[in-house]
Design a protein. Structure first.
Length: 276
């Protein structure tokens, strides 16, 4: 059985990975920004794989304290990479969880592949591209295999209302109004089941995926549809304020990942129906 180190194991994605993937996991416990803790963890273990998830994720949390988010998302990654080099550890593969936020939102429907220019549209995206660049530069020089997964939108019941989908759900559920008003939902995004993301990570590690991979459904999903589904669940009506702003798109081209043998198996609508 593969021995796999994991950072961010207490998060939503990390905790699911521990349950779903049959590896022998060694969990990093503590603050990823504390270099001595990271050094001790790397020094005392020989891993087949490492899954690096530790990060400040919800965009609102990053906006609230960008300096701290940068410290965790960039400096934490730097600590991990530096420790691997310092102790000459060379796992078979390292997975780094990045984000679609490193790309620019499009005004026309366009599937974004991994070769597109990175133009982070959020502060969260900025912290991740800083981490990506450091990891790529250092590990490539040391000939340590790595893969970067740029994860597009997903949802799960474990997310709190600072995430988009649960935020919409709880707004509708808690409202005493029969008609719920929404603004800014005319856009299209790429949503995926969390289980498909987990399977993508497993395949990338085992098949020694190298470089950058989009992890997304490659399908456009209208944000208004999410509100409509949840309103119907609670027998309420959705009213969308008209805006002069045009539609925007952030949709993945996932062909590179599909070539490794991955494909999405789960329905995003089914994920939405789990909310009660």
């Amino acid at each position: 059985m593969y021995r796999c180190g994991v950072t961010g194991a207490t998060g939503i994605l990390g905790s699911r990975i521990i349950k779903k993937i049959k590896f022998n996991f060694v969990i990093f416990k503590g603050d990823i920004t504390k270099k001595k803790l990271v050094d001790n963890w790397i020094k005392s273990n020989n891993f087949d794989f490492i899954i690096h998830l530790a990060a400040i994720v919800p965009t609102k949390d990053v906006e609230k304290d960008y300096n701290y988010a940068k410290k965790v998302n960039y400096n934490g990654t730097k600590n991990l990479v530096d420790s691997l080099i310092k102790y000459q550890k060379k796992p078979k593969n390292i997975f780094f969880a990045s984000t679609s936020h490193v790309y620019q939102i499009r005004k026309k429907f366009f599937k974004i592949d991994e070769n597109q220019k990175v133009e982070p549209y959020s502060k969260y995206g900025k912290t991740k591209i800083l981490a990506e660049n450091y990891l790529k530069k250092k590990l490539k020089k040391e000939k340590i295999n790595y893969c970067i997964g740029r994860i597009f939108s997903y949802t799960s019941l474990e997310q709190n209302k600072s995430f988009f989908t649960p935020g919409i759900f709880y707004k509708i559920k808690k409202s005493k109004q029969k008609t719920i008003t929404f603004e800014g939902l005319k856009h299209f995004r790429d949503f995926l089941s969390i289980n498909d993301i987990i399977n993508a990570i497993r395949i990338l590690l085992i098949k020694k995926g190298t470089g950058i991979y989009n992890i997304g459904s490659s399908k456009k999903f209208h944000l208004e549809t999410i509100a409509k589904i949840f309103c119907k669940k609670f027998k309420k009506k959705a009213f969308f304020i008209k805006s002069s702003k045009s539609f925007t798109y952030l949709i993945s081209d996932n062909k590179k990942l599909i070539k490794l043998g991955w494909s999405p198996k789960n329905s995003f609508i089914q994920e939405l129906n789990k909310f009660k």
